[in-house]
Design a protein around this ligand. Structure first.
Ligand SMILES: Cc1cc2nc3c(=O)[nH]c(=O)nc-3n(C[C@H](O)[C@H](O)[C@H](O)COP(=O)(O)OP(=O)(O)OC[C@H]3O[C@@H](n4cnc5c(N)ncnc54)[C@H](O)[C@@H]3O)c2cc1C
Length: 392
């Protein structure tokens, strides 16, 4: 790491420790919510520290961080529960290269400034892992598209101003291909069906949404007709790497807290860390963290060095899969080490035990990551996927 990398890491760590972690228990006890002025202060502080839109180009007002620097920030953000770290907003980094000047001005630049926020409506009742099974449609009608469909699990709908809506084109030269649209939330026909509760205690909801003949001008199409899936894949790669980074942060926090507890908790006349069964759980957890961190940092460095996008795709799946499964094991062991206290919501291990579970599901389940890796392995071979033949 360069001195600048270390400084960014330290700056974020201090912010997480001093400003965010102290609010976790309050958030847990108040359905994920903290006072709005505190949340706004967190957002403002993240911006002042240069963390907001760290992934966006400096020309648009973003941080222009390297991928390694983004991983270092995300890792620290991962140390905090209850989505308090979501005060660091990262708009879609793929957008500037494909959006029109009007789209940049209306949606992306305000997102970089933190004035407007997006959410993603891709998943449907019948189409989760199999994104190509979506039934939502976009039908061209003169200078407009008519959008129809029902979407589920739309994260952050309650805080968003616009929705990225993915549909299949109905009619025209690209019939059946995917397309992505900007849809402002207040467009007639966008209808909230419900906001079910999930395992974690987060302020952001995951909405079930209907699009009833929603009309948008053709200028709301992202890129060209048929491009829809490529943006989604790019976003998946980014999010998978950042999930790996956040899982590393969560593991570090869990190991720190469980170790401190094990050194102090006395049973049968001795600190429980002196029982080999407890020490081994902590040792296995540290090994899980180290392996995950090595993969995550190495991949980020590879992306910064410009490794082939197919290798990136497979390596993002490997890192996400490994780190999310490792984090699940570490959280489980931490609950065990804390004993009955580990089952209390005021305990960090209890919260992470629930919160980390989704990292094996969203942005592609563990099974889908394994499918991607196996498919790439069959096509390209192990040496290539491990970067040995690419010079990375
Ligand atoms: C909290 C949360 C937030 C989310 N946020 C968003 C969001 O903002 N926007 C959005 O569009 N989506 C979002 N999602 C959806 C998420 O991406 C999907 O849940 C995920 O891709 C899995 O789809 P599914 O739930 O329909 O499961 P399914 O695809 O039905 O899978 C069910 C099971 O079958 C397995 N399976 C499926 N296919 C295969 C296969 N080929 N081989 C082996 N096993 C397989 C899966 O791994 C899983 O175990 C969110 C989900 C959650 C839980």
């Amino acid at each position: 790491m360069t001195p600048e990398d270390r400084e960014i890491q330290e700056r974020t760590r201090r912010f997480v420790d001093d400003a965010l972690i102290p609010w976790e228990v309050h958030a847990e006890e108040h359905e994920g919510r903290i006072p709005s002025e505190t949340h706004e202060a967190h957002v403002a502080k993240a911006r002042e520290l240069g963390l907001a839109s760290m992934n966006m180009p400096t020309e648009l007002g973003g941080g222009g961080f390297t991928m390694l620097q983004q991983v270092l920030v995300s890792e620290q953000i991962g140390r905090v529960t209850n989505a308090l770290g979501w005060c660091v907003h990262t708009p879609p980094a793929w957008a500037p290269s494909v959006c029109t000047p009007e789209q940049l001005e209306r949606w992306i630049v305000p997102a970089v400034r933190g004035e407007r926020h997006e959410c993603y409506a891709i998943t449907e009742e019948g189409a989760g892992s199999d994104v190509d099974a979506i039934e939502s449609t976009a039908t061209r009608d003169g200078d407009e598209y008519v959008l129809r469909g029902t979407k589920m699990h739309v994260t952050s709908y309650n805080t968003a101003d616009w929705i990225f809506f993915q549909a299949k084109l109905a009619g025209g030269d690209h019939e059946g291909e995917h397309a992505l649209f900007f849809v402002d939330k207040d467009t007639p026909g966008v209808r909230l069906i419900g906001e079910p509760r999930y395992s974690h205690t987060y302020p952001d909801t995951h909405a079930l949404l209907a699009f009833d003949d929603v009309r948008v001008p053709t200028s709301h199409l992202v890129g060209a007709e048929g491009d829809g899936m490529s943006f989604t894949h790019e976003w998946f790669r980014y999010e998978r790497l950042m999930i790996a980074a956040r899982c590393c942060g969560a593991m570090e926090r869990l190991i720190d807290q469980a170790t401190a507890f094990a050194k102090e908790r006395v049973q049968f006349g001795q600190p429980i860390i002196e029982f080999q069964a407890i020490g081994h759980m902590l040792a296995d957890s540290l090994i899980d963290l180290w392996a995950s961190r090595l993969m995550t940092y190495e991949l980020a460095r590879g992306i910064d060095a410009g490794i082939d996008v197919k290798i990136q795709h497979a390596q993002c799946s490997m890192a996400k899969l490994h780190a999310s499964e490792a984090a699940g094991r570490v959280a489980d062991r931490a609950v065990q080490i804390f004993g009955g206290r580990g089952y209390m919501r005021e305990n960090v291990a209890e919260r992470f035990y629930r919160e980390l579970r989704v990292d094996r599901i969203w942005e592609g389940t563990s099974e889908i990551q394994r499918n991607i890796v196996a498919d790439q392995l069959a096509k390209r071979g192990a040496r290539h996927l491990l970067g040995e033949e690419s010079g990375a």
